[in-house]
Design a protein around this ligand. Structure first.
Ligand code: ATP
Length: 453
């Protein structure tokens, strides 16, 4: 695809997100706030499904991982010890001409001279570090003593609570602590829709191990994480694994992979999988004076565990899912004429709505009653949408556009008007093939469950 069609595709995706209620600009009626987004009714469902599936495979389906839900605010001492206060910054350059504040790595050179991408000016400052953490004050006094930061990552609560979790869960190495939660970064240039936001959610696992297991577990978790994306519908062919070179890696990390996705705006990071050695725990041991080590009952050794960290972004995963699912094809309208159809080909597992129930006509009481009955049958098990308004083709199309994988239509056959064989059967329509099959209502739930979980 050429640059311009990629840009157009992204534009259509952003517009669909707003039109159908996936993602809105934050504070929109006041003109918006840059880098901040609100998820609408469908975006909320999609996001929840991503987080629930992550939790399912990373925690519930394993014996060796437990969860944590830490506070967003922690004492400033944490951010000093972790190194964030000192070094969590991006180099920033100011343009003296148009006053734009820019990330140094986003400034292109033209004929050997650095140029402002905003106004083309060449009068630029030297790069200076800009700390990305949002400052805030805890309590009634606003001074240095009450200063802390909104967390820029969720991981630190896991390290700080390592001993407590170890004691209560009685796990043996290797084992992990998982967490999903908000993180905040005052990004200098938020852009590419939700890709680089100032408030976002992370899904992080800290998997603790013996030092000699670190490199092997780094490979293991990279593979596990690739499988995760495949299982929610993002194929391996769209994912790239970048081995982060020594020069770009944090000094304490012995190996890092970036899992990247081919977004319409380029190949960009979805998740980082890093072997962080014992850096974080050691920093907190030094700064707090508390022991955060591990005693091995068998070997009688005491040591600080090493850690491998798969750190994924919920918002970036959601954006990748939407970009990946977006398609335009052809479908017949109510008169059989072919027209362009917008369809989100979500994997049923993460689709915001799993099935839509359509009584053929809304002014036929028996059809409506049956429709409501089917809705009640499915509802405790999955997100169901009931729609009785408008021509059936238009109702299908509205669901295609938001990625609902299945549609159930209640018609006169369902009521037994074409004989007993078809009584209490419905048509089940597949979003992608648009094929319809006749299914017994009594078998519908089981059939759908096998496809959506
Ligand atoms: P980038 O280089 O793109 O700024 P990063 O390498 O700083 O990202 P990490 O600190 O490794 O990111 O954070 C782990 C994950 O958190 C990222 O892979 C991404 O999915 C998510 N994430 C980080 N920053 C943002 C952001 N500003 N907006 C949305 N998600 C983010």
């Amino acid at each position: 695809m050429s640059m311009s069609t990629d840009a157009q595709r992204m534009e259509r995706i952003v517009s669909l997100c707003k039109r159908r209620g996936f993602i809105f600009q934050s504070s929109e009626i006041y003109g918006g706030l840059n880098g901040l987004w609100d998820y609408g009714p469908l975006g909320t469902e999609l996001k929840r499904n991503v987080k629930d599936y992550w939790w399912r495979v990373m925690v519930h389906e394993r014996d060796d991982v437990v969860g944590l839900d830490g506070a967003i605010l922690m004492t400033r001492a944490v951010w000093k010890a972790s190194g964030h206060e000192e070094t969590f910054s991006d180099p920033m350059i100011d343009c003296r001409t148009c006053k734009a504040r820019l990330r140094a790595d986003q400034i292109a050179e033209k004929n050997g001279a650095k140029q402002c991408p905003n106004c083309g000016g060449k009068d630029l400052t030297e790069p200076r570090p800009f700390n990305l953490m949002f400052k805030t004050y805890v309590g009634a006094t606003e001074d240095e003593s009450s200063l802390t930061y909104l967390r820029p990552e969720t991981a630190q609560a896991i390290f700080v609570q390592f001993k407590n979790v170890l004691d209560v869960s009685r796990k043996k190495l290797p084992f992990g602590i998982a967490q999903i939660g908000k993180a905040f970064r005052n990004e200098i240039n938020p852009r590419n829709f939700t890709f680089r936001s100032r408030e976002f959610e992370q899904m992080e696992l800290e998997y603790f191990c013996r030092p000699e297991q670190g490199m092997e577990l780094l490979e293991y978790w990279k593979e596990e994480r690739l499988k995760f994306y495949e299982n929610i519908g993002i194929g391996r062919d769209k994912l790239h694994v970048k081995e982060v070179p020594d020069s770009d890696r944090a000094f304490y990390s012995r190996g890092t992979y970036d899992i990247e996705y081919e977004f319409p705006f380029g190949l960009q990071e979805l998740e980082g999988v890093a072997y962080r050695t014992d850096f974080d725990l050691t920093q907190h041991i030094k700064a707090s004076g508390k022991s955060l080590d591990y005693f091995d009952e068998e070997t009688k050794e005491r040591f600080v565990p090493h850690v491998v960290e798969p750190s994924a972004g919920v918002d970036r995963t959601v954006l990748a899912l939407i970009c990946d699912a977006y398609a335009e094809d052809e479908a017949p309208d109510d008169k059989g004429k072919m027209e362009t159809r917008i369809v989100l080909r979500f994997h049923p597992r993460i689709a915001p709505i799993k099935v839509a129930v359509f009584p053929l006509l809304k002014n036929k009481e028996a059809l409506v009653a049956k429709g409501r009955e089917v809705q009640r049958l499915l509802r405790p098990h999955m997100n169901v949408f009931y729609d009785e308004g408008g021509a059936i083709g238009r109702r299908y199309r509205r669901q295609d556009e938001i990625g609902t994988p299945f549609g159930v239509t209640i018609d006169f056959e369902t009521l037994g008007e074409k004989g007993d064989v078809l009584r209490d059967t419905v048509t089940l329509r597949d979003r992608d093939s648009m094929k319809q099959e006749r299914v017994k209502i009594s078998e519908l739930l089981q059939l759908l469950l096998t496809r959506v979980t």
